[in-house]
Ligand binder design. Structure first.
Ligand code: HEM
Length: 196
């Protein structure tokens, strides 16, 4: 029974990574939404924190993908219609692409920053971190250009994330409250999901 129930739930590591990554992404969004409302003297530390959190997210997403390869997620309930399973798989794939591409484009944007050489990166003021050399070593005019291009990509990917994230949450809530499937329990520790 326990073994059968566990088949309908993500592993503890997958759950921990899911909620830690979600929390860090939210924290990173809150920082950039608020930075203009806070005193100007906070801007640099806030953006440095945003970069540190973003690089941490990148590492955790890579870890999560490795974990997922070794521990496939539990199958979706067999009675979900085909279109819903496909939509769920597409949303999950889209989320993975976005949560990799957003920090990566932020890092590329930062690597093209002209202030980079005088402002070395340190994760959480502790761990020295590197900029992407082929970008950081471009000539000043090209760097300026790519600084803008990578920022536009970073920003637009974040807008797409809002949309895909909205669909992901709506889908989960529909299964939970309209279809009355134990959807959230699949990603939460505790008692085995009902019907598992
Ligand atoms: C969890 C990952 C990340 C998310 C969700 C995220 C999201 C965002 C968003 C929504 C913005 C504001 C765009 C706008 O103005 O409309 C932004 C700005 C920015 N991001 Fe990220 N980002 C992430 C990771 C990173 C990383 C890893 C770096 C660099 C190492 C970075 C560097 C920046 C910089 C420099 C800005 C401009 C801030 C400013 O000057 O106002 N981001 N990010």
């Amino acid at each position: 029974m326990q073994v059968e129930a566990a088949r309908h739930r993500y592993t503890g590591v997958a759950m921990a990574l899911h909620w830690i990554i979600a929390g860090l992404i939210l924290a990173n969004l809150v920082l950039v939404w608020c930075v203009d409302k806070w005193p100007e003297s906070w801007t640099r530390p806030v953006i440095d924190t945003h970069k540190s959190i973003g690089i941490t997210v990148l590492g955790l997403v890579l870890l999560r993908l490795l974990w997922r390869a070794a521990h496939p997620p539990p199958p979706l309930p067999a009675d979900y219609p085909r279109w819903e399973r496909m939509a769920a798989h597409l949303a999950h794939a889209g989320l993975y692409v976005l949560i990799l591409a957003i920090p990566l484009s932020g890092w590329m944007h930062d690597s093209a920053w002209k202030g980079g050489p005088t402002h070395p990166m340190k994760l959480f003021w502790l761990v020295p971190w590197f900029r992407i050399a082929p970008i950081a070593n471009l000539d000043p005019a090209a760097k300026e250009h790519f600084h803008d291009v990578f920022f536009a990509i970073h920003k637009w990917l974040a807008y797409v994330l809002y949309g895909v994230f909205g669909l992901h949450v709506l889908g989960a809530l529909k299964h939970q409250w309209i279809d009355r499937e134990p959807e959230l329990q699949r990603m939460l520790p505790g008692r085995p999901p009902r019907g598992a």
